[in-house]
Design a protein. Structure first.
Length: 272
């Protein structure tokens, strides 16, 4: 069975467009607001939504997403409630692919098999466990695949050829290339390096390659979209949520911002 993620990327490739993957943290600023913000992202032009599972020690995330996790956890958010948010979104949107992004500890506490079952039932399409190395992913891979969940893995500028090979062995859906050395929202990306690394990865896997960490402006999104299969944006969105006066204002601002990214990406592809 073809996943929503694979179907979406196939449709994008057929149309000559790069995908736009947007990240927000579940439960920030509230569970109800999260669902509304997810719909706003789709209206703005998001092709895939990454929903962050709040965690007390999000080591790969910069301060902006760390604060979002803290706010969500303070509001009582946990993995079970994240899946409830996913189910509410899926009840109204049957088409947009949904990926959960987080850390292994909450998944281990629930149990991998139970998580896979619940996630699939909630309409989740994929999982990115940030701290799961592909060399230790065999059991996880088997259980997620049995639940019909794609597995997304991270690759970085420092990834060895051995690590790249391992990721290409287990990954499904798409490959997430971290474009900078550091945490989310930390640094500006290097266009030439992104182009070279993305081309190298695309020569080694048939999966789409998405690029994230460091994409903040429409111009940067257009540049990344011209050389990759997807542009992944997170910290800039989470910061808008943090600064918005109300949840309704956050949804409106995010829709406008995502539309500006989508417009720039499509214009960039058309001009190429």
């Amino acid at each position: 069975m073809t996943s929503r993620i694979s179907s979406r990327f196939a449709a994008l490739a057929s149309a000559g467009r790069s995908g736009l993957v947007t990240f927000i943290t579940a439960g920030d600023p509230s569970p109800e607001a999260t669902v509304q913000i997810m719909h706003a992202l789709v209206r703005g032009g998001a092709d895939v939504i990454e929903l962050g599972v709040p965690f007390s020690d999000p080591m790969a995330d910069g301060p902006i997403i760390q604060r979002a996790s803290e706010r969500a956890l303070a509001g009582g958010m946990n993995l079970r409630k994240v899946l409830e948010i996913a189910a509410k979104f899926r009840a109204e949107d049957q088409a947009t692919p949904l990926v959960l992004m987080g850390y292994l500890n909450p998944l281990e506490r629930m149990g991998y098999a139970e998580f896979a079952r619940r996630a699939a039932a909630a309409g989740v399409d994929g999982i990115l466990a940030v701290d799961l190395p592909p060399e230790e992913a065999e059991e996880f891979h088997r259980l997620m695949a049995a639940g019909g969940l794609d597995q997304i893995f991270l690759l970085a500028p420092t990834s060895s050829e051995q690590r790249i090979t391992a990721v290409c062995r287990y990954a499904t859906g798409f490959v997430y290339y971290v474009s900078v050395k550091g945490v989310t929202g930390d640094k500006a990306l290097d266009p030439d390096e992104v182009r070279a690394r993305t081309e190298h990865l695309k020569s080694l896997t048939k999966l789409p390659v998405g690029v994230g960490f460091g994409v903040k402006t429409p111009a940067t999104a257009a540049m990344v979209g011209a050389v990759s299969d997807a542009v992944i944006v997170g910290s800039a969105l989470v910061e808008l949520i943090e600064q918005a006066a109300t949840p309704a204002a956050a949804a409106e601002q995010l829709e406008h911002y995502v539309r500006s990214l989508r417009t720039a990406m499509d214009a960039g592809r058309a001009a190429a």
